[in-house]
Design a protein around this ligand. Structure first.
Ligand SMILES: Nc1ncnc2c1ncn2[C@@H]1O[C@H](COP(=O)(O)OP(=O)(O)OP(=O)(O)O)[C@@H](O)[C@H]1O
Ligand SMILES: [Mg+2]
Length: 264
């Protein structure tokens, strides 16, 4: 089977008046169709940059990226909801642009709004939503297009902890059952282990790949929630934690961010 996505020797730097910021260095990996890849790494190591490169928002400085005939959907770290459109008109924006606003797709969107507790807010403006609700709207907007490859940048970070577990479980199962390929960027190591087939661990900026860890469980077909209750889960968590900890100043920032998020 051919990979759906190949990154070959990717490096990228941002250039501004203040100078150059090296964001990523020599990134190589492949993703197979139907695979779920999680990416973890310290804040500022280039994770969002990597997703922007994959979806073609920015061009690599060197190296090549091949996407094998698949459509790519990108849920950005910032939600980018348009204030002058209602929630409904925001989540259907992509469908509208692609001329896919069929009765069937409208039905699908309404069902998702219901599932994510946004049904009563579909006529509201984005500013009337909480942070978590905005994030859910952005997620629906991305899922509505049913892209072959889903790029998710911290999609659950503004949700409270319980909702985060529930939505993670739900989305994880949906993506898997639909045979979609997904790349999830997260600060939450337990989220990475509960959802990923592989976890890519990046170093401090400029991000390089420290390790690619395959995640397998004795029992097959477990949901993210079920994975959390296995012995393998804790072992993977600790291995990734150790790998990140060997990264000097990165430790403090990573643990601080996740601690803040989990208590919020
Ligand atoms: N538009 C930009 N111009 C200049 N530098 C940038 C730009 N965007 C990001 N950077 C820098 O590139 C580096 C990587 O940024 P990126 O947003 O990819 O990190 P990240 O791993 O997603 O961080 P976080 O976990 O905090 O979201 C950072 O040092 C950042 O300051
Ligand atoms: Mg980011």
């Amino acid at each position: 089977m051919n990979p759906i996505l190949t990154l070959d020797q990717i490096s990228f730097s941002y250039h501004s008046l203040d100078g150059e910021t090296a964001a990523l260095e020599n990134i190589n990996f492949q993703v197979m169709k139907g695979e779920f890849v999680a990416i973890v790494g310290p804040s500022g190591c280039g994770k969002s940059t990597l997703l922007s490169l994959i979806c073609g928002l920015i061009e690599p400085e060197s190296g090549t990226i091949r996407v094998d005939g698949a459509s790519v959907g990108y849920m950005l770290q910032k939600d980018h909801l348009l204030e002058w459109r209602t929630v409904y008109d925001n989540v259907t924006l992509g469908l509208e642009i692609q001329h896919k606003l069929t009765p069937e797709n409208k039905e699908k969107v309404l069902k998702m709004l219901k599932t994510y507790g946004l049904e009563h807010f579909k006529r509201s403006a984005p500013s009337e939503l909480s942070g978590g609700m905005r994030q859910r709207a952005a997620l629906i907007r991305t899922l509505a297009l049913e892209p072959d490859i889903l790029l998710l940048d911290e999609p659950f970070s503004a949700l409270d902890y319980q909702t985060r577990l529930e939505v993670g479980d739900d989305i994880g199962s949906i993506i898997r059952n639909a045979g979609k390929t997904a790349i999830l960027v997260t600060h939450d190591l337990s989220e990475a282990v509960s959802m990923g087939d592989r976890v890519i661990i990046l170093s401090h900026r400029p991000g390089t790949i420290k390790k690619i860890m395959p995640i397998t469980f004795e029992e097959k077909g477990l949901s993210p929630m079920q994975r959390r209750n296995t012995k393998e889960f804790h072992s993977y968590f600790n291995q990734i934690w150790k790998e990140l900890k060997g990264d000097g100043e990165a430790v403090g920032s990573t643990s601080k961010v996740s601690a803040e998020r989990e208590t919020s």
